[in-house]
Design a binder for this molecule. Structure first.
Ligand SMILES: [Zn+2]
Length: 75
């Protein structure tokens, strides 16, 4: 049975509450969450695609979240 996919607000919250992949801080100056493309959905099983820019080390990083809010990829 498939779980109901998490909402955009929930995805944004998860993207903000996961530490920076480089410096481990939680201070992001920009977090953008979008619905994953159909191709990504199919290939990677992700529902949400987040792009974050760290406020401390300025690293731009991407996160993929699945329908349950688990992180599928990051970097
Ligand atoms: Zn950082």
């Amino acid at each position: 049975m498939a779980a109901r996919p998490i909402t955009l607000a929930r995805a944004q919250h998860i993207a903000r509450s996961h530490p920076c992949v480089r410096c481990g801080e939680y201070s992001f100056k920009k977090v953008t969450v979008k619905r994953a493309s159909d191709a990504h959905k199919k290939e990677l099983n992700v529902s949400w695609h987040a792009v974050r820019v760290c406020g401390i080390c300025h690293t731009r990083q991407e996160l993929g979240l699945d329908a349950e809010g688990d992180i599928v990829y990051e970097g």
